[in-house]
Design a protein around this ligand. Structure first.
Ligand code: AMP
Length: 404
């Protein structure tokens, strides 16, 4: 399928595609929409940002509109499991947009928010449930809903579910599924062994589509690093965030306490800043995300888990306040910027204790990360770090930052 017009979508679905301004299918969409619509099981190796949500939502809606409108639901027919509340909410948004002209009911079941609205949504006999694992299990155990009539089971961001320790929860949810024939779709950015085993157990003769990019970070992202003592990091972050071109910045921290600490430092300095991590209440997380998206707060402090997969446009800079401890997370964080054909810059703070990890990340990246100095704040790069690359000058420019 090379164009949306190649597929006989119902006019109401086509209209929604047009409303959203989607002119042609993304690679994951052109390879999966047809097999999914035919009822095949599918493994999609794809990151967020590839259009994978519409890849499963469009065929799901296509099949929905072909059903007998008087047919009753024997419980929800479609289940989409997401690892984080933000991702689940994002999936639900996509469904609502694509189902704008179709009568399709969705219940969003998230932890950290009251049960009332969710109970009502379940009473309204939803066609689909979008849920995070813990809250779904609560509802199943309390018999607020059941999965006996489930026709399609979609596991989104399966690798992140694994990282977050959701495997036992997923197995528990599987034990609630009916015995009947079912279609299973699994999307994952990577495909480690435990995910492969789960797929082997759950999926039947799946079509496998891999759209993971061969070059793992977009060329358009300029990547630089500062060599710095841990205690000097708050000073450097303040200096960098004061530069005029830091218009929309995601700051990544390794731990929640660190994220809170930096948030306090910056907020008390008068920076407009939000914070996103899993100990913050859902209302607060939603507000932080919305304020960042609409530009009210140009700075968002986040931990990996809370920020995984979020689709935020126009992030000018990513700052690794704490260097991630592996390449996967580095790529993932850095990929928050330079989305949708825009330019972006990613800057990492590297402490002496991080040097080894930094070199490993650079080796996997396959190209050097520029070494930057910030006069009076950072340390000179030591001999144990490879020499600086003579690449482009830093996008942040200005200030007292210079390239070695
Ligand atoms: P996803 O990978 O599903 O999180 O989607 C990432 C972004 O791509 C979302 O903002 C979608 O609205 C957008 N998107 C999905 N499909 C298309 C398409 N065919 N053309 C343009 N944008 C799209």
């Amino acid at each position: 399928m090379n164009a949306f017009s190649d597929y006989p979508f119902d006019e109401r679905i086509r209209r929604a595609i047009d409303d959203l301004g989607f002119t042609k299918p993304t690679p994951i969409q052109s390879q999966t929409i047809e097999p999914i619509a035919e009822g095949r099981d599918v493994i999609g190796i794809a990151q967020t940002g590839t259009g994978k949500t519409a890849a499963f939502v469009l065929p799901m809606l296509h099949r929905h509109v072909q059903r007998d409108p008087d047919a009753e639901n024997e419980g929800p027919r479609i289940l989409i499991l997401s690892p984080t509340r933000e991702l689940a909410a994002q999936v639900e948004d996509s469904i609502r947009e694509l189902a704008a002209h179709v009568d399709f009911r969705v219940a969003l079941l998230l932890g950290g928010v009251p049960y009332g609205k969710q109970l009502q949504a379940l009473k309204d006999r939803p066609d689909a449930i979008v849920a995070t694992p813990g809250r779904l299990i609560d509802h199943l155990q309390q018999k607020n809903t059941h999965l006996r009539g489930l026709e399609v089971f979609i596991l989104d961001e399966a690798d992140r579910m694994l990282d977050m320790g959701f495997m036992p929860a997923i197995h528990q949810i599987i034990s609630f599924l009916g015995k009947g024939k079912r279609q299973t779709l699994m999307f994952s950015a990577t495909f480690p062994d435990p995910i492969a085993r789960l797929a082997a157990r759950l999926l039947n003769d799946p079509v496998r589509v891999d759209v993971s990019p061969p070059v793992r970070t977009p060329e358009k992202i300029r990547q630089g690093a500062f060599y710095i003592e841990k205690v000097r990091k708050p000073k450097l972050i303040r200096e960098l965030l004061s530069l005029p071109n830091m218009t929309s910045v995601m700051v990544f921290c390794g731990m929640k306490v660190e994220a809170d600490f930096i948030y306090d430092v910056l907020a008390s300095d008068g920076f407009k800043v939000g914070v996103l991590h899993s100990d913050r209440g859902q209302k607060e997380r939603t507000r932080a995300l919305e304020s960042f998206r609409n530009g009210e707060y140009p700075i968002l402090i986040a931990t990996d888990i809370a920020a995984r997969g979020l689709d935020i446009k126009d992030v000018s800079h990513v700052i690794n306040y704490d260097l991630p401890n592996n390449f996967e997370d580095y790529v993932h964080r850095v990929g928050r910027t330079a989305r949708a054909e825009a330019d972006g810059e990613a800057l990492s703070f590297v402490t002496p204790g991080d040097l080894l990890t930094f070199q490993k990340i650079e080796a996997e990246l396959g190209r050097p990360i520029e070494r930057f100095d910030f006069e009076g704040v950072t340390m000179p790069w030591t001999g144990s770090a490879p020499a600086a690359s003579p690449a482009a000058s830093p996008a942040a420019g200005g200030g007292r930052r210079g390239r070695r």
